[in-house]
Design a protein around this ligand. Structure first.
Ligand SMILES: [Zn+2]
Length: 114
């Protein structure tokens, strides 16, 4: 999982240190009953330890990361770095147009965009 997270270091001016402490800025839980989510950017600093700032409930095995898991991890760390969803951009003015052929995983979109 650390190798996946490290991918962000190629694209953003960040580096990650991994500590096992409730003092960590990004605190990850793996609660399978709570989906996958992350607080966004500076909102992370407003969460009080030991409350999690990210949940990776869709990750089955942190030692054997599938391509789907990789996408989830990169996605949630994008949120941690301050990135929002495309459909939430104010420039969209509340309208999201999807190409049906590319929106075949409707259930995943609905599950994540809450
Ligand atoms: Zn998201």
């Amino acid at each position: 999982m650390k190798l996946v997270i490290k991918e962000w270091e190629k694209y953003a001016n960040v580096s990650f240190d991994y500590i096992d402490s409730q003092d960590a800025l990004i605190r990850i839980t793996f609660n399978s009953d709570d989906g996958s989510w992350s607080l966004i950017g500076r909102d992370i600093g407003m969460a009080k330890p030991p409350d999690p700032t990210m949940n990776l409930g869709w990750i089955d095995d942190i030692e054997d990361i599938s391509e789907i898991d990789r996408g989830v991890i990169l996605h949630e760390f994008g949120h941690a770095l301050g990135l929002g969803h495309e459909h939430q951009s104010p420039s969209r003015r509340g309208v999201l147009t999807l190409k049906a052929a590319r929106a075949s995983k409707k259930s995943n979109v609905e599950a994540h965009c809450r």
